[in-house]
Design a protein around this ligand. Structure first.
Ligand code: HSE
Length: 352
């Protein structure tokens, strides 16, 4: 397989960050010391969209969603990795293995675990890439789980999440784990520590609905959105209190707490506003207060997520969609619910 680092032109990864992540993964592999063996002929993985940050939880909060989701089928075949992408966003995902996050994860996992089998990968891409709904996280995490299952690696949850985060480096330059954790575990996740990784998963309250406004504008670069944030500033006590309040609201279904926590633009959202888009977020937050909804940027944007109850979900989606369209921004509105399920596998036995 070609060197994936050399062929990611236009997606230049910070060599130091990549080396650090790869060293960590290699060290973890030595500790686990799996004896890879072919266990299945094919694995199909269903992976949910996820919404990260949710206002005050930059890089620490994410929520798995029932819709949309990707499916990825990984089958043993030949001696190289090949891709076929289908689905509504097929044209937005490169089929060259080294240029797509799933291929990037696959090449490094196969090399790290000394596996020389080729793979045929089919992805049905329903999550809009560059939309702020964890599209790259879904592909990366699904591939990590598929290889784990196919070759019976039995990696622990945090190691699998770290492999998924390697894929995030290709799209965003940083191995952030919020989206991949929610994609893998489902539910509402809080990244409580990055080194060593600790993620706590909660069931979101079943009364919650999520409304997503997904602008159908030119694909946005997660790396640029992260660069707009600038150097990380430690959370203030006030922000930490808001984050805590929001977590309580998501777990208990107290939308008033979510509203309070997301009422103002966070400093991260405000910095990203300079990209010329996030002023709409301010308007959506104001609309949210009329519709009993907490509104925040979804991940690195440009999608916007509102958390509310069943009664308000459809009317709110209609009003927010109209606002975007009135501003000349084509968009798609999705009314969905948080998902308690993360990745699901369907396996085909070797003699299947
Ligand atoms: N926390 C990440 C960011 C999520 O805001 O860049 C990316 O979807």
């Amino acid at each position: 397989m070609n060197n994936p680092i050399a062929s990611t032109a236009g997606n230049i990864i910070q060599p130091h960050g990549l080396a650090k992540q790869l060293t960590k993964l290699a060290e973890a592999a030595v500790v686990v010391n799996p004896k890879p063996r072919i266990k299945y002929r094919s694995v199909k993985v269903i992976c949910p969209a996820t919404s990260a940050n949710l206002g005050p939880g930059f890089d620490i909060f994410a929520l798995a969603l029932s819709e949309p989701y990707d499916t990825i089928q990984v089958t043993l075949a030949g001696d190289s990795v090949s891709f076929r992408i289908t689905g509504p966003y097929a044209s937005d995902v490169p089929e060259i293995p080294e240029d797509n996050v799933a291929g990037f994860v696959a090449s490094h996992m196969l090399a790290t675990f000394g596996i020389d089998t080729g793979l045929k990968v089919k992805i049905r891409k329903r999550i809009r890439p560059g939309g702020g709904m964890g599209s790259s996280a879904a592909s990366a995490m699904a591939m990590a789980c598929a290889i784990d299952r196919l070759f019976d690696l039995r990696l622990c949850d945090t190691d699998l999440i770290e492999w998924g985060a390697l894929g995030e480096m290709l799209s965003g330059g940083v191995p952030h784990v919020d989206n991949v954790s929610a994609a893998y575990l489902g539910g509402f996740v809080v990244v409580t520590r990055r080194e060593p990784l600790s993620v706590i998963r909660y069931d979101p309250h079943p009364s919650l609905y999520a409304v997503l406004i997904v602008p159908e504008i030119e694909k946005k670069n997660t790396r640029a959105a992260r660069e707009a944030v600038g150097p990380r500033i430690a959370m203030t006590k006030a922000e930490a209190m808001l984050a805590l309040q929001e977590a309580c609201g998501i777990i208990t279904g107290r939308v008033d707490a979510i509203m309070e926590a997301t009422r103002d633009l966070t400093h991260i959202e405000a910095k990203r506003e300079s990209e010329g888009f996030y002023h709409l977020l301010t308007e959506c937050k104001a609309i949210g207060s009329d519709f009993h909804a907490g509104v925040a940027g979804s991940g690195a944007g440009p999608s916007i997520i509102a958390l509310t109850t069943r009664r308000f979900a459809r009317p709110l989606s209609t009003v927010m969609e109209k606002l975007f369209k009135d501003r000349g921004i084509p968009c798609r509105a999705i009314v969905t619910r948080p998902s308690v399920k993360g990745i699901k596998h369907l396996v085909t036995p070797i003699r299947g």
